[in-house]
Design a protein around this ligand. Structure first.
Ligand SMILES: [Zn+2]
Length: 442
């Protein structure tokens, strides 16, 4: 109630000073501090957005299937562009199908502050992943416009295309997407056809590339997708960065033989070696404190027959942490352990590094702005790494990046059960707004 009252007072004060740029400090800073998004409208927009990709006869609780380039994605994009229009901006679509909108500042010489997220989902996904950040960015724009609040910097809203299917839109903006990956088909749609479907120009993808260091900052609000905020009763996470990922492929060669007649001592059981190796992965990752994680998520056993000793196993191994050196060290330890396991099981173990994704570290200055913004609203914060990749990963060349996380109920995401309370949604949007105001003072 108190907040609403302050906001009304603020709107009244600002309405009388249409179009004026506020000087720094003093009363202007107080007015900045009281500015809040419309939480009810934010909720309404997130609820409305859940219609795009909802199964027939379903409800909000059934989540969405709105994978990139699908009819649901196209309908959702249209809705988002209408919201941008209603917020007072004219959206455009770039060559990668990203939706971009710009609000001019009072100082055209300053680099734009960029905020945004994505509106596509995984198949059978939830209502908040990407949508919260996208709707909040639009809400920030609308709040500024409704209050005739002049920023010094231009403000850009970016709704990145196809985040869930390979960070295609942000990758193109960051200049890191190679045209050949557009030939890949996912969820039944070839990317090159998909980019065309959403109004992009895949033959000239390079046109979507933004100039290096051309933006003052890129800030994204997102759901945490883990249970650390909820467990600690913390409203806001300041994201230290997006983790480095090392991907390995493991091949274990044993000897396929009769499972009834081969004595146990004479077996070369590739699956037994895999089991020991998977346990070693668990031990090496949990050996020291920290947020590091690892996963063996895909496994193939040959010949995969009940009366034959497994002769060959192929499996994946993925290791993640914010500290790339730590990720490499854990990988090296697992490789060292594999040599003993191979000897013990009479097998050969080949572990090959197939991809090394560097971490995307958040700008320390930007982290401080987010911390100050949360503090100004009276919200408790903690620092966390993001174990999931996000569009910001692709944008480090164009701007210092920063991310704000809000709690995910039970740590669930990429599921219809994904949930964030409306209070937490509004808190996140207000921290985003207040972060923008703080960035604008630089
Ligand atoms: Zn997301």
């Amino acid at each position: 109630m108190k907040q609403f009252h302050r906001r009304s007072v603020l709107s009244g004060l600002l309405a009388g000073s249409a179009g004026l740029a506020w000087p720094c400090g003093g009363i202007a800073a107080d007015l900045d501090a009281a500015l809040r998004v419309d939480a009810g409208r934010l909720r309404q927009n997130i609820e409305d957005f859940s219609m795009f990709g909802r199964k027939p006869g379903g409800s909000f609780a059934d989540g969405v299937s709105r994978f990139a380039y699908s009819d649901a994605d196209i309908a959702g994009r249209k809705f988002a562009m209408n919201l941008l229009h209603a917020a007072g901006a004219e959206p455009r679509i770039d060559a990668a199908g990203n939706i971009l909108a710009r609000r001019e500042g009072s100082r055209p010489d300053l680099k734009p502050i960029m905020i945004g997220s994505h509106i596509d989902s995984v198949p059978d996904g939830g209502n908040f992943d990407g949508v919260l950040g996208s709707m909040s960015a639009i809400e920030v724009l609308r709040t500024l416009n409704e209050n005739r609040f002049k920023l010094r910097h231009p403000l850009e809203i970016a709704l990145w295309s196809n985040e869930e299917g390979g960070l295609i839109g942000s990758g193109a903006a960051g200049g890191v997407v190679k045209p050949e990956i557009l030939g890949v088909t996912l969820n039944g749609i070839r990317r090159i056809d998909g980019v065309r479907r959403i109004g992009g120009d895949p033959d000239h993808l390079v046109a979507a590339h933004l100039e290096p260091n051309s933006r003052a900052a890129y800030v994204e609000l997102h759901i945490e997708q883990s249970g650390r905020l909820e467990k600690t009763g913390t409203a806001i996470a300041i994201v230290d960065g997006i983790v480095a990922i090392d991907e390995y492929e493991v091949e274990i060669i044993g000897f396929a033989n009769h499972a009834g007649t081969t004595p146990m001592a004479d077996r070369h059981n590739a699956l037994l070696a895999a089991a020991k190796l998977i346990e070693a992965v668990q031990e090496e990752i949990t050996r020291e404190p920290g947020w590091q994680v690892g996963n063996v998520g895909h496994l193939e056993v040959y010949p995969n027959v009940r009366n034959i000793v497994p002769g060959r196993v192929f499996h994946t191994l993925e290791l993640r942490d914010l500290d790339a050196a730590k990720v490499k060290m854990i990988g090296d330890r697992i490789i060292a352990r594999s040599k003993t396991i191979a000897t013990d099981t009479g097998t050969e173990i080949h572990i090959k590094l197939v991809e090394r994704e560097p971490a995307a570290i958040s700008s320390p200055a930007l982290q401080q702005k987010i911390a100050d913004a949360a503090k100004s609203i009276g919200l408790a914060t903690m620092h966390l790494p993001s174990g999931a990749t996000h569009d910001g990963t692709m944008l480090t060349s164009i701007a210092p990046i920063g991310m704000i996380f809000v709690p995910s109920v039970a740590g669930i995401s990429h599921s219809p059960k994904e949930l964030t309370s409306w209070t937490d949604c509004a808190n996140g949007a207000n921290v985003l707004l207040q972060t923008v105001l703080r960035l604008d003072r630089d």
